[in-house]
Ligand binder design. Structure first.
Ligand SMILES: CCCCCCCC(=O)SCCNC(=O)CCNC(=O)[C@H](O)C(C)(C)COP(=O)(O)OP(=O)(O)OC[C@H]1O[C@@H](n2cnc3c(N)ncnc32)[C@H](O)[C@@H]1OP(=O)(O)O
Length: 218
């Protein structure tokens, strides 16, 4: 039996993945914000290479999902926006409040675009995830085919953010959703707005794109 073929092992591995994700996010924040002496940078690079080596001894291929993930159950530990195991994710936490998806996160130095504010592409990424979540929980999951973002005011770093998203229209296979980014302290002042269109895949499209991942092509 593999390490995680029982419920306890799976839970333990997910906690370990989250712990590693926390450590990596701390590393990225410190490494981006640091003004430590150059010798410290060189020493850290060597230590990090040493830590990374054993992780690379067993890795999954492009079409293999992580053993600790549950694709159909929506568990994606390495999602680059919400994944607790992702070094890259803020991570964004999303929950439902009635028909509205509400997200919270705070962005560190690694997400900087204009000095002291978030990169515009990061805001678009957060909103794509928010809209995708709202579309999925509405019962009509699909892929983003269009995402329009309007930047009203810059998004501050190191500030608790409040994001929202909801489905506004459904036309055949196309679901349209809108979303916003504001701060937790001033939720009425919208910093960024987005409108996205999501298309539900036909069986043939799903098979073509994801057959190698789900194993339905075997
Ligand atoms: C909780 C999970 C959150 C996840 C959030 C993250 C979501 C993502 O980021 S997904 C990744 C980014 N998106 C992609 O990579 C998608 C790339 N696009 C594609 O692969 C294809 O466009 C695909 C398969 C989705 C649809 O195939 P395509 O041949 O374009 O469309 P088709 O099936 O002919 O048309 C379906 C409908 O969509 C419409 N449509 C297609 N593209 C667009 C578009 N850009 N704008 C508006 N409508 C469009 C068509 O007009 C048609 O409408 P109708 O049914 O009313 O006639």
């Amino acid at each position: 039996m593999s390490e995680i073929e029982n419920g306890h092992g799976l839970q333990h591995r997910r906690e370990a993945i989250t712990g590693l994700g926390d450590a990596l996010r701390l590393l990225i924040e410190q490494a981006t914000a640091t003004e430590a002496p150059t010798a410290e940078l060189l020493r850290a690079a060597e230590l990090i290479r040493q830590a990374a080596a054993p992780l690379g001894e067993r890795v999954r291929g492009r079409f293999e999902t992580a053993a600790a993930d549950d694709l159909l159950g929506g568990v994606r530990l390495y999602n680059p926006v919400t994944g607790l195991g992702s070094a890259f994710a803020p991570p964004l936490e999303i929950h439902r409040e009635g028909d509205v998806a509400v997200g919270t996160c705070s962005l560190g130095r690694a997400f900087e675009g204009p000095p002291s504010f978030a990169h515009g592409g990061v805001s678009a990424m957060l909103l794509d995830q928010m809209l995708g979540y709202a579309v999925t929980v509405s019962g009509r999951p699909g892929m983003t085919v269009q995402l329009d973002t309007g930047y009203r005011q810059p998004v501050p770093l190191y500030t608790p953010l409040r994001l929202t998203a909801q489905v506004v229209t459904v036309e055949n296979r196309v679901v349209t959703a809108t979303g916003t980014i504001a701060t937790v302290d001033d939720p009425g002042t919208i910093l960024v707005r987005a409108t996205g269109k999501f298309v539900a895949l036909l069986a043939e499209q799903a098979q073509r794109l994801f057959g190698p991942v789900t194993g339905s092509d075997r």
